[in-house]
Design a protein around this ligand. Structure first.
Ligand SMILES: *Cc1c(COP(=O)(O)O)cnc(C)c1O
Length: 221
């Protein structure tokens, strides 16, 4: 199937509340352009330099989401170009995003990355760490950061019921956090979960953003 055909297949599977982030990391400009020409607008990248280069070469109305592990010293390069940082995994990083947001006169949209997988290797807050962070009140005072929701990655496994349980757990935690800290904040609304192999499960469990790479673009080089 062509990229356009793959995109249409995914778009047709999305309920109204869910949007597609086309994960274009490690793929060349031509591939992104093909998806763009088919009508895709939100793209996800996981490396700072790669994102900045692509941003400079491609149409200005592309919406870029940063989805990779972000080093504090690189925040300044992406704040002027991205629409959302989905992978915020420490208070330290959040402070730097707020600082750079002020410098560039932007209110940066972010998601807090939650560690929901059984593997040790994935980044993110535990549920408890996330709640403690919000309880401290510091986040609320950050004028140049907008916390728009949560992001999580399920365990890399064939075990569908484990994946479903992890997604359901994230959706449930989102509801609790929403009630406790963001009840009157319509901007806190995103649950980013679901990748090429598990996005249909994620949608069933309430995902609002699916991040899909290899299904659209093939294996990364
Ligand atoms: C690479 C990546 C994806 C896309 O993964 P696929 O399995 O290729 O769909 C989604 N989310 C994050 C955080 C990633 O790093």
């Amino acid at each position: 199937m062509s990229i356009a055909q793959q995109l249409h297949e995914v778009w047709n599977q999305l309920p109204d509340r869910t949007r597609l982030v086309a994960v274009s990391k490690f793929h060349p400009l031509t591939v992104i352009r093909e998806a763009y020409d088919a009508g895709q607008r939100i793209f996800g990248e996981s490396r700072v330099q790669e994102l900045v280069t692509k941003y400079e070469e491609l149409p200005g109305n592309i919406i870029w989401h940063f989805i990779g592990h972000l080093q504090t010293n690189k925040v300044k390069y992406i704040v002027p170009v991205i629409d959302m940082i989905e992978s915020v995994d420490s208070l330290h990083l959040l402070r730097e995003i707020d600082l750079q947001g002020r410098k560039f006169n932007r209110r940066v949209h972010v998601l807090l990355q939650i560690h929901i997988a059984a593997e040790e290797t994935k980044f993110g807050f535990t549920f408890d760490e996330c709640r403690q962070l919000l309880l401290s009140g510091e986040v609320r005072k950050m004028k140049n950061v907008c916390v728009c929701g949560l992001m999580g990655m399920a365990t890399f496994t064939e075990n569908q019921s484990l994946i479903r349980t992890e997604f359901a757990g994230l959706a449930d935690f989102f509801k609790k956090i929403k009630q406790e800290f963001f009840e009157n904040d319509p901007e806190f609304r995103e649950i980013s979960m679901g990748m090429s192999d598990d996005y249909l499960l994620a949608i069933e469990e309430g995902s609002t953003l699916v991040r899909i790479g290899s299904k659209l673009f093939g294996q990364r080089i």
